[in-house]
Design a binder for this molecule. Structure first.
Ligand SMILES: O=C(O)CCC(=O)N[C@@H](CCC(=O)O)C(=O)O
Ligand SMILES: [Zn+2]
Length: 341
């Protein structure tokens, strides 16, 4: 698509970080590429398969590896190397934060979904963006019934992780977990699953709860600046997504439950004030374990201790805003056949 405005959609989006007027172009194979807004691009194949796929990245602006991965997939489609056979919505979440090389401009976008953007008096860039992204995902999924709905929200973690690639399975309200989705994630190199313990205001929970989508927050490695990611570390996910996009009949390879490591949440540590601090070093990796009784954090009068023999910490971040999650404490668990569908 030489000479088209889609030659470099990410650059176009970053040049218009707040909003971009909609436009559309045709693909040589008869498909339609519709730009809905900055960072938001929908591909409507002439004859779509039965999966409606949302791929989001850059919800946190400095998590560059997923942005680069999605850009490669988009360019493969636009160049004709990859034929898009599923309805597909690309979301490059926070171009303004990308431009600044930061996680967020004013507020964590991934805490503003399911209407949280409208709570309270605060108004800012991320709140406007969350409201619009909700509308775009609704428009995309509600365009038809009966298709399998998928949303992979791709991230990278601030710190290294003992298990480099892991996914957060949003709270299912008791519904069974999807064996096929676990197989997909496993064959994409995501061998560790963290089962959320309650509703959240994340993007993946919004799609899962609001639209019955199989939706996940997927952590693909550690945050690095643009241009410094090793694409080979993401190759399995990229290949799986190419299969999903290009082949309506593709299924992930047969899968054994032993192939995944599963964790459940034991406790959530919420920062209450500026006095909040952890009692472990800044260098600990995600999934580092603590013995029962270990003092984990304190905030004024309140203290947190490990309650179970091997409680592991995920996403510790003392720098979050007051009232936000500063860490999740998790413990190993098992998924049995009766918990799967
Ligand atoms: O490394 C970190 O501390 C954060 C990485 C990240 O952005 N994780 C997501 C997880 C969302 C979820 O719980 O589904 C986030 O914190 O938004
Ligand atoms: Zn993130």
């Amino acid at each position: 698509m030489n000479g088209s405005r889609l030659d470099d959609f990410l650059a176009l989006s970053r040049a218009h970080p707040w909003e971009l007027a909609p436009f559309s172009e045709s693909l040589p194979d008869g498909g339609q590429v519709q730009v809905w807004d900055t960072g938001v691009l929908c591909i409507e194949p002439a004859v779509p398969g039965n999966r409606d796929l949302v791929l989001s990245c850059g919800i946190h602006g400095n998590e560059t590896a997923p942005i680069e991965l999605c850009e490669r997939l988009l360019n493969a489609i636009l160049s004709g190397r990859l034929t898009c056979r599923q309805r597909l919505l690309f979301i490059f979440g926070n171009p303004a934060a990308m431009n600044l090389g930061v996680r967020e401009v004013e507020e964590n976008l991934n805490r503003l979904f399911s209407g949280a953007h409208a709570r309270g008096e605060r108004r800012n860039h991320e709140r406007t963006r969350a409201a619009r992204l909700e509308q775009y995902v609704s428009r995309f999924f509600q365009a038809r019934d009966g298709a399998e709905r998928l949303h992979y929200d791709l991230h990278t973690a601030i710190r290294p992780s003992a298990y480099e690639k892991f996914a957060i399975y949003p709270f299912t309200h008791g519904a069974p977990y999807s064996r096929r989705q676990l197989a997909f994630l496993s064959s994409a190199g995501v061998d560790t699953i963290l089962l959320a313990h309650g509703p959240t205001t994340t993007f993946s929970y919004f799609s899962a709860h609001g639209f019955g989508a199989h939706a996940f927050t997927v952590e693909l490695g550690k945050v690095m600046p643009f241009g410094q990611n090793d694409a080979r570390r993401f190759a399995a996910m990229e290949q799986n997504l190419e299969q999903l996009i290009g082949d309506p009949d593709w299924q992930p390879p047969a899968f054994d439950l032993d192939q995944v490591r599963v964790f459940r949440v034991c406790q959530e540590i919420i920062k209450q004030s500026e006095q909040f601090c952890f009692h472990f070093s800044d260098g600990v990796a995600n999934f580092s374990a603590f013995p029962a009784g270990a003092r984990l954090a304190e905030d004024g009068e309140q203290q947190w201790f490990a309650r179970e023999p091997e409680e592991a910490v995920v996403f510790p971040n003392a720098g979050v805003a007051e009232g936000q999650r500063a860490a999740l404490m998790v413990a190993a668990t098992t998924l049995t056949a009766d918990m799967l569908v």
